[in-house]
Design a protein around this ligand. Structure first.
Ligand SMILES: Nc1ncnc2c1ncn2[C@@H]1O[C@H](COP(=O)(O)OP(=O)(O)OP(=O)(O)O)[C@@H](O)[C@H]1O
Ligand SMILES: [Mg+2]
Length: 315
């Protein structure tokens, strides 16, 4: 039984630093941890002081890491979709699917879908091998898109399922009236309809991901003691609240970076707060990740969130 944690926030606030520091702290406490970077501009390997790729690498006892190869997942997503569409529409020789998919590769949304299926793969295939899976995320815009995608796409898929039911019903009516009709050949019950089955399948995968984000994950937003990163955290809070995805904690990183007087925004102050010191000497080794104040968040997670997410899943 594993738990999942996501670290979100504005570019440069310390998502990679805090997620690797958190993962390392838990691993050194004996938990089996996987930390995965979803940022297309990976630097998790730099933070952990090791070389990473799309495959799992053992960083040290109890700590494994990987950097999701987004290009691989985009190609896989397009190839799977191409294969599925070709099988469904093999009779339609006028539709040039290949040129359609060449365009789709660069279409908005493709990367987000690819990332979603990468998260699903990590959660379902690798998750059971670990106590905790930690995700280091890309800057806010892309993260919000993949976090909101299951809910939004789920609605689309549900509507498409209803449309498909109507099409199948109409085919049945036509076939009843005229068994000789060309439609009769493709008249099947919805349980035997390939397209309807595929829509149900995608719907169920999206629901599982929606459940993972909204009910099973520890979502931590990182801010720095400055207005811009706080404004972005408020935007994240706003977008996720609309989808009933609750935030679990706020990390204030680089505490002491300047002498500017700063107070937490009241809308964020109601979440558990964890502060990380600004290290004037920089963070260049793996051990440095443990010197900035990583313990309180790990304690909180183990005491509250880890048991909570595990208990939620057992229900
Ligand atoms: N507490 C800290 N003390 C000193 N330096 C820090 C601290 N936290 C992060 N940094 C430094 O700030 C820079 C940005 O940190 P990091 O890469 O973790 O941010 P990020 O949010 O992952 O950035 P991106 O959005 O580009 O992925 C790095 O050079 C990192 O070493
Ligand atoms: Mg980063």
């Amino acid at each position: 039984m594993n738990s999942t944690a996501f670290f979100l926030g504005k570019g440069g606030v310390g998502k990679t630093t805090i997620s690797s520091s958190f993962a390392l702290t838990l691993a050194r406490r004996g938990m089996k941890v996987l930390v995965a970077s979803l940022d297309p501009a990976h630097n998790l390997g730099d933070a952990l002081d090791t070389r990473l790729s799309g495959g799992v690498k053992k960083v040290e006892p109890n700590l494994d890491a990987l950097e999701v190869d987004l290009a691989y997942w985009v190609d896989k997503y397009l190839e799977d979709s191409r294969r599925q569409l070709k099988a469904n529409y093999s009779y339609n020789v006028t539709l040039n699917l290949d040129s359609f998919f060449d365009i789709l590769k660069y279409s908005p949304g493709t990367e987000e879908y690819a990332m979603l299926w990468a998260i699903e793969d990590i959660h379902c295939r690798l998750g059971p091998l670990y106590d905790i899976v930690v995700f280091d995320t890309p800057p806010t815009a892309l993260s919000l898109r993949f976090l909101t995608l299951p809910t939004i796409s789920g609605l689309w898929v549900k509507e498409l399922g209803k449309l498909r039911e109507i099409i199948l019903e109409k085919r049945q009516t036509i076939t009843r009236l005229n068994p000789e009709s060309p439609v009769a050949a493709s008249c099947v019950d919805k349980k035997d309809d390939k397209v309807y089955g595929q829509l149900k399948g995608i719907g169920s995968r999206l629901r599982n991901l929606e459940h993972l984000f909204a009910k099973e994950s520890f979502l931590c937003v990182i801010v720095n003691p400055d207005q811009l990163s706080v404004d972005e955290a408020l935007r994240i809070q706003d977008e996720l609240t609309k989808l009933s995805i609750p935030l679990s904690a706020i990390c204030v990183n680089k505490q002491g970076v300047s002498d500017m007087v700063w107070a937490q925004n009241p809308a964020l102050a109601r979440y558990p707060q964890f502060t990380y010191d600004f290290s004037r000497g920089g963070i260049s080794t793996r051990e440095d990740l443990l010197t900035i104040g990583a313990r309180p968040l790990a304690d909180h997670f183990l005491k509250n969130a880890f048991n909570l997410t595990t208990a939620r899943k057992k229900k």
